[in-house]
Design a protein around this ligand. Structure first.
Ligand code: UD1
Length: 342
């Protein structure tokens, strides 16, 4: 019998790519999404890619009764992968209560359901934002968590704490928190990718939208950092590589290979890339010159961060495969595709 995995936020960017990888690995997948920031058609697209359309349940995870009813009707779930969350850093500063409520109440409701219905495992979408500006680079999982700069970042930190304490108090449960660096790109099929609502906050969708003419120019937030070329440095990884790590994490817990009941892994390439290098990569793969302008620094931006992924490499047997150029190319292909449709 196929193992059943629930993917919350399953029609979203990382959730949809993960659903594809899970189905390809023989899991039965049920998506839960309130479609706040995604579209139901994504479930069809996952079906087109894999040949198996996953069930999609549309409801809000903040509604505890709904969550409980869902798990009451869907027994024998092997694991939950919890992506559903608000993720706009800037917006979270203006709407802290909405962010704390949405991101934390949904998590708490899922943890209650895990206890109530004996669902043994959860994978949590965390972020390298928990490290703030680390003193040592590349950053390992041992680096201290620093006070969050935004309510969004704080929901990831508090989320990890809620999970850690719940796992400690519940013998039958286990969890893996995956701290993502900067996911970019889209599925090579061109059927799923990121669909930013309104003006994108993240670099790569802004680059591709500028190149396709949807935005006038990219504002590059500062070139006076103390980095080799003066631009901020991040660790950009292909979303398909990232999605695969979730399948491995789920299998690890199902097969009882986890060393502790709560584990944390950094997911990145291990390579720092400056904003200028990212722009150059885009120009290389698209053959287009990008219109950009250097502006002031963005409040709250970290100067430089990249992962030490060696713990994930060793323990999960996972590493990124795609290069920056390959990831960037899929981002551009996706942008051209969605522009054509509109
Ligand atoms: C941010 C969050 C991260 C979150 C991620 C996804 C922080 C510190 N980081 O990552 O936790 O998971 O968003 O939403 O809160 N840039 C420009 N011009 C732009 C956009 C970005 O120059 O129009 C630059 C930024 O200054 C940065 C780099 O591009 O140096 C990447 O920015 P972005 O894609 O927004 O990701 P992070 O800020 O790294």
């Amino acid at each position: 019998m196929k193992k059943k995995i629930v993917v919350t936020g399953g029609t979203g960017y990382i959730g949809s790519h993960t659903a594809v990888e899970l189905i390809n690995e023989g899991f039965e997948v049920i998506l839960i999404d309130n479609l706040y920031n995604s579209e139901a058609i994504v479930a069809d697209r996952i079906g087109e890619i894999t040949g198996v359309k996953p069930e999609l349940e549309v409801f809000d995870l903040c509604r505890r009764k709904k969550v409980s009813n869902f798990f009451n009707e869907n027994k024998n779930i092997s694991a939950i992968i919890h992506f559903a969350a608000y993720k706009a850093v800037g917006e979270s500063v203006d709407k802290p209560l909405e962010y704390y409520r949405n991101n934390l109440v949904s998590l708490i409701n899922l943890l209650y359901a895990m206890r109530e219905f004996s669902i043994p495992s959860i994978v949590f979408s965390s972020s390298c934002t928990v490290y703030g500006q680390p003193e040592k680079l590349p950053v390992t999982e041992e680096a201290p968590v620093q006070p969050a700069i935004s309510p969004y970042g704080n929901t990831k930190q508090i989320g990890e704490e809620i999970i850690r304490d719940t796992i400690a108090a519940s013998k039958g449960l286990k969890a893996i928190s995956l701290r993502y660096f900067n996911p970019i790109g889209a599925h090579p099929s061109g059927l799923i990718g990121e669909l930013p609502r309104g003006v994108p906050e993240n670099l790569v969708p802004f680059i591709t939208q500028t190149a396709s003419g949807k935005r006038d120019e990219l504002k590059v937030f500062g070139n006076d950092y103390t980095t080799p070329d003066g631009f901020c440095i991040r660790d950009y990884l292909h979303v398909v590589d990232l999605a695969k790590a979730h399948v491995i994490a789920v299998k690890r817990m199902i097969e009882g290979k986890n060393k502790k009941r709560f584990e944390v892994f950094n997911l990145g390439t291990g390579k720092g890339v400056s904003v200028l290098e990212a722009i150059r990569s885009f120009e290389r793969v698209s053959g287009k010159k990008l219109k950009y302008r250097i502006t002031d620094r963005r409040a709250g931006d970290i100067e430089k961060i990249w992962a030490d992924p060696s713990f994930a490499n060793k323990e999960l047997g996972w590493k990124t495969i795609s290069s920056l150029d390959e990831a960037m190319k899929t981002a551009w292909e996706w942008e051209k595709k969605i522009r054509k449709k509109k």
